[in-house]
Each structure stands twice: as C-alpha cells, then as structure tokens.
Design a protein around this ligand. Sequence first.
Ligand code: DON
Length: 568
Amino acid sequence: MLDMSRPGGALLASLFAVVFMVTRCDAAEASGSTVECHHGVVVSVSKPASEVGRSILESGGNAVDAAAATAFALAVTWPEAGNIGGGGFMLIKPHDGDPVFVDYRETAPGAARADMYVTGKRDSYTMVGTPGTVRGLALAHAKFGRLAWPKLLAPAIKLADEGFQIDAALARSLNAGLRNSRAFPEFGRVLGKTDSSAWRAGDRLVQKDLARTLRLIADRGPDGFYTSDVADRLVESLRSGGGIISKDDLAKYEAKLRRPIHGTFRGYDIYSAPPPSSGGVALVEMLNILENFDVRGYGRWDPRTLHLMIESMRRAYCDRARFLGDPDFVSVPDELTSRQYARRLGSEIHPARATASAALAKTQGITLAVEGNQTTHFSIIDDQGMAVSNTYTLEQSFGGKIMVNGCGFLLNNEMGDFNPKPGVTDSKGTIGTPPNQIAPGKRMLSSMTPTIVLKDGKVVLIEGSPGGRTIINTVCCVTLNVLEFGMPLREAVDAPRMQHAWFPDELTVEPALLKEHAEALRELRAMGHAISDRPERQGDANCIWVDSEKREYLGVADQRIGGWAAGY
Ligand code: DON
C-alpha cells in the first residue's frame, strides 16, 4: 500500500498507478487498482469480493445481482464493515429509467426511547439498531435482479466455508479489531486465530458459522435471517447483555424504495442519497453554492478555491445538523437543495475571510465526535450500463464487536448515529436537535453518500466512500476533481482531501495536502481558518468512470486501504 503520509504520497500514487498499473482487458479479465474494461467492472475494498462481483457479471448477472453478491462476499472478506448485521443504501441506475434508491438503514427497536442515553451510558448491547442489510439486498434483487437468489450467496458461502487467504489490509484490520476485544469472547473465537497469534498476510480465514447462516438466507430468502433461529439467537445474544431488539422488531423490518436526491452541476445530473442520509442533500447544497463561483478559473489548489469549498462545507453541515432526520418522522425542507437558496448562501460568503461557525446558527458550539473509516463503499457497472453505488456499514469498525452466538456475524452499533440527549446541545460534543432524536422504528441520520452522475441521461461517474461525517466531503472532493477540474479519475481519487463539518470549527486535511500545498494553507490561516495540525487519512472512494464515446469503463480502487477493481 502506498504511504499517504509520505511527502508527495498522493502524487506518486497517481503517477505510479497511471503510468504502470492500468490493467486493460480487451477480451479477458482485468484486475488491479485501476482497470479499463468494456463489459463490466466491480470496485470494492476487497479483492475476493470484487472478483465475486465480476464472476456474477460474467455469468449473466446484472449490476444489482453483482451488488448483492459483492455485499454478501464483503460480509465474509471485510468483516470490519461488510455485513449482514448492519445497514446501508444502494443507489441503482437501471439500463433505462430514472435512478432508484434502496434504503436499508437500521431502525431503532420498538423499545427504544428518546432519553435512553441521557445518563451517558452507551454500551454495545443497547446500541444495536434492527439490521436492514438482508432485506435491502433482497428488495433490490426482487425489483431488478436477473439471477436466482441462491446464486448470489453461493460465492460468499464458499469463501466462508472453505476459507480464503487474507491480504495485508485484512490482517491489519483483524488485528486492530482483536485488540481490546476481551469483553467479547465470541468475537475472538470467530475472528481470532486458533493459537491467538496475530494475523499475517497469507493466513487462511475460515468462518463455518457464517457459512451456515448464509446458507439459511440462500435457502429461505430474508426470512432465513429475520424469522429463523438466526433471529432467535440474535435476540438472545443481545438480551444477555441488556439489549432491547425483539423478534417482533426483526420480523417487521422493512427496506424502502425512495426517490434519490437530484441536483445538477455544470450540466451534469447528480443523483445521491436522500434522507435518512444527509449525504445527497449536503452534497447538492455544496455543489449548488460552488457553481456560483469560477473555481475552475482559480485552480484546484488555489486558496480562493479551498476557501470557497470550506465555506460551502460549513454551511451544508450546519443545515445537516439543524434540519435532517428520517423523512418518515420529520419533514425536510426542499429549499436546502434549491439554487435560489444556494445563491443566497454563496452571496453571504466573504471572499477573503472565514465565517465563524457559531455565527451561522443560533446553536451553541457543537463539537462533533471524530469518526473513522469503518464503513465500506463499492461501485459496479454492467454490460448494459446498469450502475450500482452502494455504501453499507456496521457504524464503527466491527460494530460494537457483538457476534451473534453460533451464527458467525457481527451486529452494528448504529444507534450511536442518533442524537443522544434530547434538547442538550453543548460544546462537549452532544447534539440534541429534534430531527434526529430517537423514536421507536425511526432510522438514524447517516452521512453515507452513494452517488451516480449522469451526462445526457448516461452514467459517467459512480462514487461513494466510508468515513462517517467526512463521507460527504470526500464525495464532494472527488466530484469537483473530475467534473470541475477535469482530472482523470485515478488522479481525482488519489488527490488529497479535506474536511470541514461546521463544528468543530476546524479544517482537517490529508498529509499530502499539508505538505504539497503548504503556501495555500498558510493563506487560509491568514483568512481566519483554523487548520488541524493532526492530518488524517480521509475516506476510501472506490469509483468508476464511464467514457461513453469509447464505451469504456475505468474502475479506480482507492489505495488508502488497498481496494481492488475487477473487470472484464
Ligand atoms: O451512517 C453513517 O454515516 C455512519 N454510521 C457511517 C460510519 C462510518 O463511516 C465510519 N465511522 N464511524
């Protein structure tokens, strides 16, 4: 993996990838960090999972078949975020017709209450939301799939049952998860090595219990998860620790079809995640604001461009906290994605002075918790041009480390995405604004931003990323790099990213940005922007670019973790 913390890491990564590592497939298959193909591409964080997706495409499945198969495979090959015990979002652009959004976000259990975390006690057991992944994948398949359901699970079952060789990225991930997991013995039993030594690249990971659970889902459909003995064991595994999910919660869980957020930017159509994600609204709001300025004329790394990007991020994230929540429970103002509103926000940006975040809303200073990369995004396109952009998650890495006894899969700790204390918004990191307070059956607000960009009705870009609240900004950076600054996708993904989330009122940047654009950052400081001196890696954007003239697909796997593109 390329070390992004080295000077020039991103630049080197892009040169190396572009010059030496583009794998072309004229007739046969192609695999690597960057692939050019004509028939189909799958780009995910995990090599075996991307290859499962490609094998489904090659055997006549469409992009949605490949997406379900890739998602099940990731539950085996990337357990820190790939899952059947979590939730997420799938944005689909069918061969013809408008994009469709499958919302399989977790819900608060029926026994959840708005004040359940007011004491500050938030343990793994009560943090589990009712999982949505299996019903979500089944809904997408029922609506668009072509292959028989069991075929989509077969590769994941094989990987779990027979095991697979792990690579360095998975070894690192497992070893990090196993550290401090003593309170969760089932986690260590399933994902630890039998001799308790550290995982190394080349070791074999076998997951027999997970294979059995996946077989049940293959045989019985989603009922094999939601109303079978898997459901009984899930409820029991939680009850022993004070968890509140009931069999009724599981039986009643519904995935939903929603209309995606739609915006336009410089003649492109942007489709992205609607509430209960904040992703699409905030992304379109930021792009709408930026469209009022000639940032292309300034240049990508000019301080004026960076300033306008930061100010757009600040305003969109402020609105996120004020207005967004589950649309089945709160009404989200349409104005947020209107051009008129963006023009007003844009006109309030001072060209050379940072806005104080506290001045934007009559809310006390809010420090938002730091979030990591523990979610996963994959992008797929098939031979007919059907596209899937899917982001799903357990919330934190390996969720709260609760492994359902004897079933081999992890549960999410997604309840942490709700505002914990109604009415309490303070500078220590608590947000208590109403739209995202807990209620039974409600979906917690997300930042996941699976996005598809069209030009003249045809897919040109499929993108998304993990990274908690940073996700929206990662997608915004990649989108601007490509659509506004004309970067080739490899360069756009490798380019250093930055993040401002309204509060904390501080910009975080990736190491390469700090090193390669030090002068621009000095100017930003002079404008009044606070810049964190602890740079962080931001996101893991696995994307696809479509050159419709050449009818060519370019799959670009982000190398920040070690992703893999597989095409044919
Ligand atoms: O839905 C969300 O936005 C978060 N639960 C995603 C979590 C993530 O990306 C990693 N960090 N905590």
